[in-house]
Design a protein around this ligand. Sequence first.
Ligand SMILES: *Cc1c(COP(=O)(O)O)cnc(C)c1O
Length: 457
Amino acid sequence: MRKVPNRILLTEDRMPEQWYNVRADMPSQHDPYINPATMKPATMEDLTPVFAEELCKQEFTLERYVDIPGEVMDYYRLYRPSPVIRAYNLEKYLDTPARIYYKYEGSNTSGSHKLNSAVPQVFYNKKQGIERITTETGAGQWGTALSMACAHFDMPLRVYMVKISYMQKPYRKEIMETYGANVFPSPSDTTNIGRSILEKDPENTGSLGTAISEAVEMAVTTPNTRYSLGSVLNQVLLHQSIIGIESKIQLEMVDEYPDYVIGCSGGGSNLGGLMSAFMQDRLTGKAKPYFIAVEPSACPSFTKGRYAYDFCDVGHITPLAKMYTIGSGFIPPNIHAGGLRYHGMSPILSKLYHDGILDEARAVGQKDVFDAAVLFARHEAILPAPESSHAIKAAIDVALECRERGEAKTILFGLSGNGSFDLAAYASYNRGEMENYAPSDEEIAMSLKGIPDLQGI
Ligand SMILES: *Cc1c(COP(=O)(O)O)cnc(C)c1O
């Protein structure tokens, strides 16, 4: 007999109606964003031409709880609460005394947690009377989530999609267009930055940093238009806190509390979200779960990067953030976990890691990640996203350590998305073509040299 059900489901009436802002309980705050034009700390006035006003406020706020607007709750109820699932089959296969739980965010059409922030971002823009939103997307998850939210709130959307993905992942583009978005391959001839890149290199296949520059330029030069970003920012971590708040209630329902909280981190939003309620316990001395961030060895911001001010985009038009970065000029290799190919990291998570509160960051190789993904898929009946599979890999490793030590620990990891759109990655794995990849120390050193020298700011 199983003591707890496989799927721990929350009823709608127990859904949290407030987001939790971890900044309220942090012993010290991350250094301020810097406006690259003035080299002074960025103000509300610097950010309001780029983001909706309410979102700018959320970027700065130290309020502990923020009410989730009713319109956002109504949309959340279409696909939330998401389940926490006990990985009984995986536990049995690993022969571990550890109990493994995962929070599954991949069951909505966009296939990931990104919808949790897309919905409030579009809502606040709509409420302000903004008439158009621009954004960038790499592999397409964020663009898909934002198109769904824009369709719901009747908001026109322009997506700059990294050209290589635009060509290689046509289905993501089709979903975005189905939801009414206008999708442009980036670099494009619709912006100064795009044109100048194409002039020098007509064959340029784009990068996330370039697409961000194009989307921001378009937003600030078009009347009544704002830009929207799907990760890294404080506002995004705030919205994603719903993941952790729900998880904590769900585990309480079966008398559990995690010893380990594990998530993959690209810009840090799903991990920041999953950690939220548990981090509150940690910061207020109620409990001491151990937090692990997992990143690809191909783009190791935490484990090989530097804690420094850096630009968030290639065009250097966005504010500078103090974060773990591998350099804004770093062109990450074309690994399949597209959502983890960002050079920087959430300033909040960077600060927590720097202060030793986010306990550990691990970098894992792509082939090892897919070994874990396939093992998980065969035992747990979900085909995981390549990004999420980084968390699976670490959770399996921790469960095996528990077996070695004979410790019946509780593990919670974030299954941030499903892999149904990542079949090219699985195909490469199945053909035996996938390899672990890590940039050389020289490549990393070269890229770190490009980080601006802003000591003393
Ligand atoms: C985008 C994405 C990520 C990485 O982004 P974070 O902001 O670090 O969460 C992870 N998993 C999936 C499925 C994604 O789509």
